[in-house]
Design a protein around this ligand. Structure first.
Ligand code: HXC
Length: 521
């Protein structure tokens, strides 16, 4: 086609110039002044963020010229190309993903009817094409000038979040404000990450709180990254700035399947599958009451020691996160004896249950490392509904049909034994270290109940305790019944787990037909 072909008075070359000009304008969003103000807050613009998130040159933008349709409050004279959100798709280390990034320089990134439609389009494409969606949120909420049209737009986004759940991974990164009902889109996604000091999430802001409840808090205290990663558990991780957040999202993305049918990604690994680690033989201290760091075991098992931890600042008595074994993603759930002696409580149960369900949705095998003295006793736990919360984890492990490999390193007592992916919850391969103790409870508690009449006689109590320890505080009672498939040497755990996962790779297990189960929410 010749560029100088005439179209009326305008040449095609003029049209191409106009296209360039319109693109240039659109890329400027709300203009230089607002971009400077965004930078002054330590924040990048939507397009700068997408450049860092995606592989160089891979971003394909949609709907760059979409504008709002509002005519109230003089809005018809105030239109900006893109309408406050940049949408499209690109790749992360060569694997495709759909993205949207709210542009705070355009109407404060607020969500209008058309802004929502742009997000809906990429959500639907992501589901259709079987690729994850990553939303970078930086928005003043519903576009105030649009009223119910904006609320309708939000609800359409929520509906798509719900439909996409369990079909494609959905990741939200909060990189500015996220307030009011707007928080529910991230809350419906699989993971939420926040940027420290520049992002916050709350349903009702500090001003409303002051009026209604007379509480005085800053936005940071109410809904900053620290609050949501350590108190509320709304967020799964926090990073110091936009650049760090985006590079960590790339790291997480590499662990995730593209959709619920793709299987886990596989990548070259530079680690022996049968690597022996003799230091593991002395990881568990001789004294059963002395803690050790379970994270050491996780990183020593993982390919190249790479562990992407989820919710590392919340319910630290349980560890959840992704590793790779022989290049393939595995979800790890592990009691952490360093915190609350590794007891399960309401928070730990909820945290792990959600993680297990994510893994099961996306066919990620689960490795469970067990050292749990039981559920944490106390009125605060009982009043807080630990029964229901513990049941969530039980339910999650029990319904999961992905390969499940469990290693009991030390204690597996009582109800917590039943919950932590035992054979009876359709565990595929269940190992125990020789240091494992599988029993209804520890020796002290058991002897106090069984031999109450001898409590005044220390010698008798010592004899009863030794007897109980010999009988029950070992892996062999469970192994004799086949509840433990094998007692393994700690040093060869990586090799044994890799072999077990290789075995379970093609497993076929289905739950009975149902519309959906009734998880104890
Ligand atoms: C339209 C908005 C907007 C909004 C901000 N802007 N929020 N425009 N609708 N919701 C515009 C501002 O007018 C301004 O335009 C620009 O964005 C930047 O805003 P500033 O206030 O200058 O920025 P800053 O000082 O950083 O404060 C950011 C803010 C504040 C804290 C987010 O703007 C704010 O409080 N906005 C309103 C938040 C809110 O109440 N939203 C509704 C929540 S309820 P100019 O032209 O000057 O650049 C909700 C319901 C959802 O969202 C329900 C779903 C079910």
């Amino acid at each position: 086609m010749r560029l100088c072909r005439k179209l009326g008075e305008t040449t095609l070359s003029d049209i191409l110039d106009q296209l360039d000009e319109r693109r240039k304008q659109a890329r400027l969003g709300g203009g230089e002044r607002r971009i400077e103000s965004q930078h002054a807050k330590g924040k990048l613009t939507a397009r700068e963020r997408l450049e860092l998130l995606l592989d160089p040159g891979s971003f394909e933008e949609f709907d760059m010229f979409v504008t709002h349709r509002s005519t109230d409050f003089g809005m018809e004279k105030n239109k900006m190309a893109g309408d406050g959100v940049v949408t499209g798709w690109g790749t992360i280390n060569g694997r495709k993903t759909f993205v949207f990034a709210q542009d705070f320089t355009v109407f404060g990134g607020s969500l209008s009817e058309t802004h929502a439609k742009k997000i809906n389009k990429v959500q639907e494409m992501a589901m259709r094409h079987g690729a994850p969606i990553i939303g970078l949120q930086d928005s003043g909420g519903a576009r105030i000038q649009e009223g119910v049209a904006a609320l309708a737009g939000y609800t359409d986004v929520f509906q798509n979040n719900i439909l996409a759940s369990g079909v494609i991974p959905q990741i939200s990164v909060i990189m500015g404000p996220s307030a009011g009902g707007a928080v529910y889109s991230p809350a419906l996604t699989d993971f939420i990450f926040m940027v420290r000091d520049s992002s916050y999430m709350f349903l009702t802001g500090p001003d409303v709180l002051k009026t209604v409840t007379n509480e005085v808090v800053t936005a940071e205290e109410l809904g900053g990254a620290k609050t949501h990663t350590s108190k509320s558990s709304v967020a799964d991780g926090a990073y110091d700035n936009d650049m760090q957040a985006l590079s960590e999202i790339r790291r997480l993305f590499d662990f995730l399947p593209l959709n619920n049918r793709s299987g886990v990604p596989s990548r070259p690994f530079y680690d022996e599958h049968d690597r022996i680690d003799e230091s593991l033989n002395t990881l568990v201290p001789d004294n059963p009451n002395i803690p050790y760091d379970m994270k050491e075991l996780v990183t020593k098992l993982a390919d190249e020691g790479d562990f992407f931890e989820i919710q590392q600042d919340f319910a630290k008595n349980i560890l959840c996160g992704f590793i790779r074994l022989e290049g393939q993603t595995v979800g790890v759930v592990a009691n952490q004896p360093m915190v609350l002696a590794g007891c399960l409580d309401s928070d730990a149960s909820r945290k792990a249950a959600r993680f297990v369900r994510f893994c099961d949705c996306f066919e990620i095998p689960i490795l469970t490392l067990v050292d749990v003295p039981g559920f944490l006793p106390g009125t605060s736990q009982e009043y807080g509904g630990v029964i229901k919360h513990g049941a969530k984890l039980l339910y999650a492990f029990g319904e999961a049909t992905v390969p499940k490999v469990t290693v009991i390193t030390r204690k597996a007592y009582g109800g917590a034994y039943c919950v932590m992916a035992p054979k009876h919850l359709r565990g595929d391969i269940n190992y125990a270290w020789p240091s494992a103790q599988i029993a209804v409870m520890g020796a002290k508690g058991a002897v106090e109940i069984l031999h109450r009449k001898d409590l005044g006689d220390p010698e008798k109590i010592a004899a009863h305790t030794a007897d109980y320890e010999e009988k029950f505080l070992s892996p062999f009672r469970a192994a004799e019944r086949g509840y433990i498939d094998e007692v393994i040497q700690p040093q060869s755990t990586r090799k044994r787990v890799c072999r077990a996962l290789a075995l379970a790779k093609d497993k076929k297990l289905e739950n009975p037909w149902k519309k959906h189960g009734n998880l104890p929410l």
